[in-house]
Write a protein that binds this ligand. Structure first.
Ligand SMILES: [Zn+2]
Length: 393
């Protein structure tokens, strides 16, 4: 038995690839007609199609690799073609990653996450950023020398495909502040993370109106995602591709949605605490965004653009309190969300010490001289006060 692999070319019918594999036209037609587990018209170009060829009887079966973990196999039988679907199992183990920031978070994780293949490492960085997104604006707060360690599940198939699984715990020193997040799912099974004090990592306000992955995926090096800083004008600019979704920083009500001079297409939200947030230079409004509409935290209120006085696509973002501009990094500072109910605290404490103990042990075991002892030694992270003063003012 020999195996031959081909791929479906753009725009070609399934029939064509089967014919390239040596099936006669009518035989290939019957094979396609026998497929109910996949829609022949919707199979993507590039899908791998492998034929098993017997020296005497020709093609005996054809396998369509629909996803890393899903194949549909057509087998020739005396009664015609028979199809079966196979799901390849993923096995899970747990690994630690530990990175020191020299230029960007994704660079730091890419260097550190050797347990993951190169194409998965960025995903690991995004997962860490997601867990911290109510506390840290990764695109603005990171400093050279910051350190991040995390305990992550790694999933693999027998064929060696690897992907990032669940994030379990992370410890980070970012811009002079120490962060910790431990996964402790709700009784409903929903993913939840809590800090060292047992407060939810989810809070009233996101720290950035753009998803971290949206910024970094646009700018390869991510060295200069920010065009200007708070000091130079009344807001913060996030460079991102036109069309990038802009998120409501918190629950609120739309008090302005329209054109506003140099701001171009602009949305303003008023939040329950009275703070107003402004999102400018938008290329489009989000669905249903008009004055009086209510929005939920992280919902899309518009798309990045360059309307008004803008030299390139970016989001201009402002926070106003009592009509006065405030530095968003101060206005949006969260100390934490809802605390865990008292009844769950001891279970959380046990979970926390188990996960962080596991993380510490693994980080110590993997520690290489090149990473430097300072930021990564779990017990030796720099004190909180060391940089907090100068970092954000
Ligand atoms: Zn601006």
């Amino acid at each position: 038995m020999a195996f031959r692999t081909d791929t479906i070319h753009s725009g070609e019918p399934l029939l064509a690839v089967l014919q390239r594999h040596g099936l006669e036209h009518d035989d290939a037609n019957r094979a396609v007609a026998g497929l109910s587990l996949l829609d022949a018209r919707k199979v993507r170009a590039g899908t791998e199609v492998t034929a098993a060829v017997h020296p005497d009887s020709g093609v005996t079966n054809v396998t369509f690799q629909l996803a890393i973990d899903r194949v549909v196999r057509l087998m020739r039988s005396p009664d015609g073609w028979v199809e079966v679907e196979e799901r390849l199992p993923w096995t899970t183990d747990t690994v630690a990653v530990a990175g020191v920031v020299t230029s960007t978070l994704t660079d730091a994780i890419a260097k550190a996450a050797e347990a993951f293949p190169a194409d998965v490492r960025t995903e690991v960085a995004y997962r860490i950023a997601d867990v911290l997104e109510y506390r840290v604006d990764m695109s603005r707060d990171l400093r050279v020398g910051d350190s991040i360690v995390a305990l992550v599940e790694r999933e693999a198939t027998a064929k060696g495909h690897v992907r990032a699984g669940r994030m379990l715990a992370t410890r980070a020193m970012i811009g002079g502040t120490r962060y910790e997040a431990v996964r402790f799912d709700g009784e409903d099974g929903a993913e939840r993370f809590y800090d060292a004090e047992g407060r939810s990592m989810k809070a009233a306000f996101l720290r950035s109106p753009l998803e971290f992955s949206r910024i970094s995926s646009t700018f390869g090096s991510r060295k200069h995602p920010i065009l200007k800083t708070w000091r130079q004008h009344t807001g913060v600019d996030y460079a991102a591709r036109t069309g990038t979704p802009v998120r409501a920083i918190g629950d609120g009500k739309v008090i302005f949605a329209g054109w506003k001079g140099g701001y171009g297409r602009t949305v303003e939200l008023r939040h329950p605490n009275g703070m107003v947030t402004r999102y400018a230079h938008l290329s489009a409004f989000g669905a249903g965004i008009k004055v009086g509409a209510t929005v939920k935290v992280a919902s899309t209120i518009g798309k990045v653009g360059m309307t008004g006085l803008a030299t390139g696509p970016h989001l201009h973002f402002e926070t106003l309190i009592g009509g006065t501009h405030r530095n968003p990094s101060v206005a949006l500072k969260n100390v934490g969300g809802e605390p865990l109910p008292a009844a769950q605290r001891s279970a959380f404490a046990m979970r926390r010490s188990a996960l962080l103990g596991d993380l510490d042990t693994r980080v110590l075991a993997m520690q290489a001289p090149a990473m430097g002892p300072e930021g990564l030694r779990p017990a030796g992270m720099r004190p909180v006060e060391s940089r907090a003063a100068g970092a954000t003012n």
